[in-house]
Ligand binder design. Structure first.
Ligand code: 4NP
Length: 151
């Protein structure tokens, strides 16, 4: 079983979508995703209603309670996937061992053209969540292939 952790800032918009899309697409016998945030503002909360709406639109089940990323997550997870470079750098600063298993999600985006961040949709409208959903979804297709070929 490969355990995958998606990480963003608040753990209510982008990373719960990553977790939900991954668990919807991946073989549940070989891979499982969770999510966390580098900040604690929203700990214990459900995903943002706009993340829930876009997941429902594409028939992706979404259930999560926000939690904060902790250094021990580096030991607990086989792959840690940051939504943007700030999340990546914040986690890297907490690492006590190697970070060979820390990635940016858009390293797996076949349409990434230099910009490696999944944009934070929190302060925008629902179109931002639609954009993030498709970016996350196509990147996860490649991430799942990568993990499957790694084992
Ligand atoms: P997320 O979005 O990192 O994708 O969950 C955000 C949610 C909340 C805040 C920022 C980003 N906030 O500042 O409260």
């Amino acid at each position: 079983m490969k355990n995958v952790l998606f990480v963003c800032l608040g753990n209510i918009c982008r990373s719960p979508l990553g977790e939900a899309v991954f668990n919807h697409k991946a073989d549940p016998l070989s891979m499982r995703a969770d999510s966390a945030g580098t900040a604690a503002y929203h700990v214990g909360e459900n995903p943002d209603h706009r993340s829930i709406s876009v997941a429902n639109k594409y028939h992706v089940p979404i259930h999560h309670k926000a939690r904060k990323f902790v250094a021990e997550d580096f030991e607990r997870f086989d792959y840690i996937i940051a939504m943007d470079r700030n999340n990546y750098d914040d986690m890297k600063a907490l690492a006590q061992g190697g970070i060979d298993h820390l990635f940016l999600l858009r390293e797996f985006d076949p349409e990434a053209d230099g910009d490696m961040d999944v944009p934070d949709p929190y302060y925008g409208g629902s179109d931002g969540f639609e954009h993030v959903f498709h970016m996350v979804s196509r990147s996860i297709d490649e991430l799942i292939k990568h993990i499957a070929s790694d084992q």
